[in-house]
Design a protein. Structure first.
Length: 251
């Protein structure tokens, strides 16, 4: 049974406390204190990740003072991509709306997410990539959104260089979607290596990024199963970039 099956089946044991627990309670439409069961380990991380993902997404959407239709559609697209069932979709929408509240406790949510994820860098990187992707829903990243994203990076322990690499990866990935043709310059940006990098350096960067986005590894660490496709798409993008560079160098 998946994590949400156990959540809604009344089978969780640790009640998720803190700001994430409060947000989850609102999304479920009732308190969680009466629930007693086996909610621990990976299921706890999955629930925290899901709760933080959609609530912070709502907070970012409101960064410039208004939520655009593109940003709302991006959230809906993500829900469709995850193939959320009606119950989870309703939860995600409620969490998104909670994130838009003026009193949304961003720092407390991020601090709890980091604790629940046990500071797993690759898992939190996926969280950041999702937020960055959502922020680009209207085709650009405004200064208010970027300021919050950089704050999120700092709070979760990511450097400005890591943020810049994720942003470059997102911008460059648009040229190489499934069935598309990726540009060589974009391939280098995605792998975060220069054109002067050796073959060994390119391969090392490729393996590192592939390992960071491996869907099965991420799910084992706490990524909700419904988000596996997001990680799989990113892995496909990384592999395409490597193949583009390799083909050019083998010519």
């Amino acid at each position: 049974m998946s994590w949400f099956g156990k959540l809604f089946g009344g089978g969780f044991g640790f009640v998720l406390g803190g700001p994430l627990g409060a947000l989850l309670g609102v999304a479920l439409g009732h308190g969680l204190d009466s629930k007693v069961s086996r909610f621990r380990g990976r299921q706890r991380v999955q629930t925290a990740f899901f709760t933080a993902t959609f609530s912070v997404m709502g907070h970012l959407a409101k960064a410039d003072g208004r939520v655009s239709e593109n940003e709302i559609q991006m959230a809906r697209t993500l829900m469709e991509q995850m193939k959320l069932n009606p119950t989870l979709k309703k939860m995600a929408i409620r969490l998104f709306n909670e994130g838009k509240a003026d009193e949304f406790p961003l720092d407390e949510v991020l601090d709890q997410l980091k604790r629940e994820c046990l500071s797993r860098h690759d898992l939190m990187r996926v969280f950041l990539e999702i937020q960055l992707q959502a922020s680009y829903a209207d085709g650009s990243l405004d200064q208010a959104e970027k300021k919050i994203l950089l704050h999120i990076c700092d709070r979760l322990g990511f450097s400005r260089a890591e943020f810049d690499q994720m942003e470059a990866m997102l911008r460059s990935g648009g040229s190489g979607g499934r069935g598309g043709s990726m540009l060589l310059d974009d391939a280098y940006k995605i792998l975060d290596v220069s054109k002067n990098a050796t073959d060994a350096e390119v391969k090392k960067a490729y393996r590192k990024l592939t390992s960071q986005h491996h869907p099965d590894k991420l799910v084992a660490k706490g990524l909700p199963e419904e988000m596996m496709k997001i990680a799989a798409d990113k892995t496909h993008e990384i592999r395409t970039a490597f193949e583009v560079i390799k083909k050019e160098r083998d010519q």
